[in-house]
Design a binder for this molecule. Structure first.
Ligand code: MEV
Length: 303
């Protein structure tokens, strides 16, 4: 269906935290992700050639966001654009900034073209963008960027939105310098090749943590969800994805009252997520992490 062609197209998308199941999700195990209120916005205008701005800064033609934009244009059949991007998430540290930028951009280009574009087409365009940065993304970051709330995600399937009994109160902190997602995925793949039987046992353990956490979130058992997150962190540490900074931040969050804490996203650095009983506790945990000198914020995921 065609509609009016606009001078300007707009799109927005959410960042995310993975509550349980990162990396294992690449191998077909389920993961649970929560969309954040923080995310990305994009404004697209027609232009003779592609131009890209992040905040006030124009990005040079050799910036990797340029080939990523080309991929979106190819999928959507869109003309060259001037694309202005705004991000209110720390980039590259596990909060899904690149997927949020990809979904926001795809939505802005679709909006500009005046065609009604299906969710599936936006997903395809944003996946093409993500592949420039992550090689073989599972799609969990992109799914969370497109949705609100908490998702149970299995690679290649429609994500299932979880109906929560209670809102979730989270504290997020940047625990140590970020590592490349692609490198972390490659490291995990090497562990798998070195010891496939052991790796499969860990995948099954993560599957069972995710299944239990799904049931706990549905029934409002936040305490048990926190314990399951701690157990997931142990497996991720065993895959060498944790760092001293991540361990210190998780310990500090638990000491300050968090019900569970773990790395979130690719690991090797980047963010932790801590689950809290209520708003006051998530702010208390945030203060404890700020005292460590970390960038931290408290957020609520509505039920
Ligand atoms: C990154 O946020 C999550 C990973 O599992 C990669 C992916 O699923 O694409 C590490």
């Amino acid at each position: 269906m065609m509609r009016e062609v606009f001078e300007e197209g707009r799109g927005h998308a959410s960042g995310k935290v993975i509550l349980l199941g990162e990396h294992a999700v690449v191998y077909g195990t389920p993961a649970i992700a929560a969309s954040l209120a923080h995310g990305a916005r994009a404004v697209a205008r027609r232009s003779e050639t592609n131009r890209l701005f992040l905040g006030n800064k124009e990005l040079p033609q050799d910036d990797p966001l340029h080939p990523a934009l080309e991929r979106i244009r190819t999928v959507l059949g869109a003309p060259p654009v001037e694309l202005r991007l705004e991000l209110d998430l720390p980039p590259g540290c596990g909060l899904g900034a690149s997927a949020a930028l990809g979904v926001a951009s795809a939505r802005a280009l679709a909006d500009l073209s005046g065609q009604s574009t299906s969710q599936r087409r936006i997903s395809e365009a944003a996946d093409a963008w993500e592949k420039v940065f992550h090689g073989t993304p599972s799609g969990v970051d992109r799914s969370a960027a497109q949705e609100n709330g908490v998702l149970r995600f299995v690679r290649g399937q429609e994500p299932e939105k979880l109906v929560l009994r209670r809102s979730l109160f989270l504290t997020v902190a940047v625990a140590s310098p970020a590592a490349s997602t692609r490198d972390m995925i490659d490291n995990v793949a090497r562990l798998r090749s070195a010891n496939p039987d052991q790796f499969d046992k860990n995948l099954e353990a993560i599957r069972s943590l995710v299944d239990n956490a799904t049931a706990c979130l549905r029934s409002g058992d936040i305490r048990s969800t926190g314990r399951l997150m701690d157990l997931c962190q142990m497996i991720l540490s065993g895959w060498m994805l944790s760092t001293e900074g991540i361990e210190l931040a998780c310990a500090k969050a638990r000491e300050a009252g968090a019900l569970g804490a773990k790395l979130t996203g690719a690991g090797g650095g980047g963010c932790i997520v801590a689950l809290c009983e209520n708003d006051a506790m998530s702010r208390h945990v945030q203060d404890a992490l700020l005292d460590l000198g970390l960038e931290a914020f408290a957020t609520r995921v509505p039920q």
